[in-house]
Every structure is written in C-alpha cells, then in structure tokens.
Design a protein around this ligand. Structure first.
Ligand code: ADP
Ligand code: MG
Length: 280
C-alpha cells in the first residue's frame, strides 16, 4: 500500500463509521487510535476495543429505554431484598429466576401472599433484571390494564392498545384480585393472558387471592377463571410467600409488648375453584 492509499483509508474511516451509524466508535476513533499506537496494540485488538465501546454504549441506551418503557412505579432490586427476613422464600429459586431462563421458556411466575411480604418488590426486581438483559418489560396493575383496555375498546382502538401488553418480552401484572373487575375488564384480562400463553411469552403476576377464589377476579365467571388459570399455570413457578408484612415488622418490634403477627398464613394454592356464592 502506498502513502496516498493509506491516507485515503484514514480519511475514509470517519465517514464510514458515520455511514454505518457507529457513533460511539466514531467519537472514540482518535483517542483509541492514539492509545493503540502508544500501547502497540494489534490491529484486531484495536478494532475489538473500538467495537466493544460501541456495543457497550448501545446496550446502555437500550437498557435506559427499556426502563422508561417499563413504567415501574419505583425501583427495586434483588440485592435490596432481605432474604433472612422472609425465610419462606427459597433463595435458590429466586436466583434461578434471575438468570432469565423463564423468559426463554415462556414460563410464568405467580407471587402469592398477604400484603407487605415483598411480592411487588420481587416482581419489580425481576423486571429490572429483564430490562437490563436488553428485553422490553411492561409493568401494570391488573386494574390499570383492565381499565385502559376497556377504554380503548369503547373507543375502537383495542387492537393497538392490547399490543402494549402482548408484545413485551415480559409483562408484570401486579395486584391481581385487589379490585374487582367487571365482565368486560375480566374478559380483557383473559385475552391478554391467553394471547401471551399462545405466544409463549412470560408473565409475572402478584396476588393476595388463593387460586380457588379467582372466580372473583374474573367477575364471578368460573369458566373464564378456570380457562385463565389453565393457561397461566401450565408453565409456571408459583411462589407462595407466607410470613409477616415487612412494613409492619419494625413497627411491631418497636411496639411495647408487641402485637400479634398478621399474615402468617400462606395463601392456599389449590386450583379447584370455589363456586361463587349465589347472589340473593
Ligand atoms: P407486597 O407487594 O407483597 O404487598 P411489597 O413488595 O410492596 O409487598 O413490600 C412492601 C415494602 O416492604 C416495600 O417497600 C418492599 O421493598 C419492602 N420489603 C418487603 N419485603 C422485603 C424484604 N424481604 N426485604 C427488603 N424489603 C422488603
Ligand atoms: Mg404489592
């Protein structure tokens, strides 16, 4: 190669990086080239270094977008979870879930338990982990999702709206069964569960309600409730958290004499639906 082609290549590196959209590599080209010369790097080391910087930056941007998209109500991480305070939870199981294998398997996670035991904390923490792996996540409460979808249906734009809940790699539905859904909302919740099941897409649900009482989650429609449970539990890890509320733990310790612990009873995980009481 003669001097003039050398120069031509050097001068074309910048526009080439720009054309390829490798903005980070472009921004670091000069400093990386200087480092490479000073450190006597091989050509492949230099190229690898430049591209690794581009990949890192892209991943950082993807994660930032994923976190925005997820609409977590607040941030929680697994390393902020006090497993000693909740001996009912198998730490190895949570660690296994944190590998993200459940996403590839389209396996659901249902966190059951009384208030304050860390269901939402764990759901968000697994969601954050998923976003950091580069996947899209959507967090919603059951009632918010149902209301949004019902509104969209009334306004003839259900198809677009439901995609928000169908498409992400992971959908987190918090507080299933806290507020009752009407018939339309219940059938919309079912549609989301069913379409994600058909596409093998993972969900995390949290609930304080035993499965046997899920007819009440689905507007007392036992057929709809069992069809939903069937799909939900087909590939599923159920984590039934017994134990007392983390929120009340310190308060109780501080109270003179203490009060009776609440919420020590685990939620019943049997899936035989109790028939709703007949309306009088
Ligand atoms: P749930 O959704 O089961 O009602 P949350 O996940 O909202 O409970 O937990 C209530 C509060 O207590 C949150 O601020 C959460 O971070 C905290 N918390 C619950 N369990 C733990 C735990 N084992 N370690 C650390 N914080 C916890
Ligand atoms: Mg919660």
């Amino acid at each position: 190669m003669n001097a003039s082609t050398n120069l031509a290549y050097e001068q074309s590196a910048q526009p080439a990086l720009q054309k390829l959209g490798l903005d980070t590599a472009l921004a670091h080209l000069d400093s990386a080239a200087q480092q490479a010369a000073a450190g006597d790097w091989s050509y492949t080391h230099f190229l690898g270094y430049l591209l690794a910087g581009e990949i890192d930056e892209r991943h950082r941007r993807t994660v930032a977008l994923n976190m925005q998209f997820a609409r977590f109500p607040y941030l929680k991480r697994l390393d902020g979870f006090d497993f000693d305070a909740q001996p009912g939870i198998d730490r190895r199981l949570i660690d296994e879930l944190a590998t993200g294998r459940f996403l590839a398997e389209g396996r659901n996670i249902v966190l059951l338990g009384p208030p304050g035991v860390g269901k939402t904390h764990l759901a968000i923490a697994l969601g954050v982990q998923t976003a950091e792996m580069g996947h899209r996540v959507t967090f919603t409460s059951a009632i918010d999702m149902a209301r949004r979808l019902a509104k969209a249906m009334a306004e003839n734009r259900l198809h677009r709206e439901i995609n928000i809940f169908k498409q992400p790699k992971l959908l987190i539905i918090d507080e299933v069964g806290y507020l009752t859904l009407d018939q339309t909302q219940a059938s919309l919740l079912f549609q989301v569960i069913s379409s994600r099941y058909d596409k093998n897409q993972a969900m995390i649900l949290t609930s304080n309600k035993a499965f046997a009482d899920w007819a009440s989650v689905f507007a007392q429609d036992t057929v709809l409730a069992s069809a939903a449970l069937d799909r939900l539990l087909h590939r599923c890890t159920v984590i039934n958290i017994r134990g007392e509320s983390y929120r009340l733990k310190d308060k109780r310790r501080a109270a003179v004499g203490g009060t009776q612990p609440q919420g020590l009873q685990a939620v019943d995980t049997s899936v035989t639906l109790r028939l709703p009481e007949a309306k009088t």
